[in-house]
Write a protein that binds this ligand. Structure first.
Ligand code: SAM
Ligand code: SF4
Length: 326
């Protein structure tokens, strides 16, 4: 198992398969975002090679993300290649759900375990505004298809942005009454070239929880209030599913972090919100030996930064969210 210099076990790799996306969410990227040429990104066999390398170093959990991973060609083959890699115990996917209704069955057949689907509001007009063009009903069909395909438990992600969807958190929370879903509310984080919106329109987990409790009454903590991954979980009494709060900005969970991220162009990034990175794809393409690549990974893991510095106004500047992989 790979350890960092603080003794944290790093065994969870998020692989961003592409920076391209079929939406342009206001909290993620500018409307005129220019995407990377495909040749600069890891090719399919390079993704699978690096997944094997990480698995040999004790990484057992992989999440595929982006940009939007479902716009990547051969996604189902990539998933099959990763789920059949020795040592990998769990493979999941984060998606905006726009293409999920058709992909859910083949992805499940390829061994995908579960999905997280982003849905920031149930109001179609607000959804379109927030995602700059997305169709809420298409995403909804995708969520139902994922559940029917057994990609469960389905987790739903909503980033809450003041002036866009802070009024909608109660409707989203109410979904958990009838569905075995985990509805997670995410504090908006600032990134490279961060827009005013990311810094000025963030809504805290506390405010979101207060809004929900004012309408629905007190929520009951799940797991004694302990973190479940990155989320603190609650339940509406009698509900089927859970409500999660991901408070990256107001209550960081860095002490429990077990993650590394691989960007679409094969760069290993050890903290979502820090610029420290090590390039793996350039040496791989230049013919580096397995031993040399292993050393690079272990060095990056060892040097994983303790945590982010948002509280001190330190913002990672070199990439937007879609270029890192959420
Ligand atoms: N396209 C997929 C999706 O939207 O689910 C996967 C990639 S997206 C970058 C991964 C997650 O990051 C999504 O849940 C999205 O809502 C979240 N996200 C994007 N920008 C964010 C920001 N500035 N702060 C917090 N979360 C953000
Ligand atoms: Fe695309 Fe996901 Fe970013 Fe929205 S959050 S623009 S769907 S990558």
């Amino acid at each position: 198992m790979a350890l960092d210099s603080f003794g944290r076990k790093i065994h969870y790799l998020r692989i961003s398969l592409t920076d391209h996306c079929n939406l342009r969410c206001v909290y993620c990227m500018p409307e005129d975002m220019v995407f990377r040429p495909r040749a600069e990104m890891m090719q399919d066999e390079e993704v699978l090679f690096l997944a094997r390398l990480f698995a040999e170093l004790g990484f057992d959990k992989i999440r595929l993300t982006g940009g939007e991973p479902t716009v990547r060609a051969h996604l189902v083959d990539i998933v099959r290649g990763i789920t059949t890699t020795p040592g990998i115990r769990s493979v999941s996917l984060t998606t905006n759900g726009m293409l999920l209704s058709k992909l859910a069955d083949p992805l499940a057949a390829a061994g995908l375990g579960r999905v997280n689907v982003s849905i920031d509001t149930l109001n179609p007009a607000k959804f379109k505004r927030m995602t700059r063009g997305g169709d809420m009903e298409t995403v909804w069909e995708g969520i139902l298809a994922a559940e029917a395909a057994g990609l469960t438990p389905v987790k739903l992600n909503a980033v809450v942005v003041r002036g866009y969807n802070e009024e909608d958190v109660v409707d989203l929370a109410n979904l958990t009454r009838e569905h075995h879903w985990q509805m997670r509310f995410i504090e908006m984080m600032p990134f490279g070239g961060s827009s005013d919106l990311q810094t000025k329109q963030m809504v805290s987990s506390q405010e979101i929880q207060d809004r929900i409790e004012q309408s629905l009454g007190s929520l009951t903590p799940v797991n004694g209030g302990e973190l479940d991954g990155e989320a603190r979980l609650y339940r509406i009494p009698g509900a089927q599913g859970d409500i999660g709060f991901i408070s990256t900005v107001s209550a960081p969970f860095c002490a429990d972090c077990s993650r590394a991220r691989l960007t679409p162009e094969g760069i290993l990034r050890m903290c979502l919100l820090r610029d420290y990175e090590i390039d793996l794809l350039t040496p791989l393409r230049a013919g580096a030996s397995l031993e040399e690549l292993r050393k690079l990974v272990l060095e990056a893991v060892w040097n994983k930064p303790w945590g982010h510095g948002l509280a001190n106004g330190e913002i990672a500047i070199n990439r937007a969210m879609n270029e890192i992989g959420g």
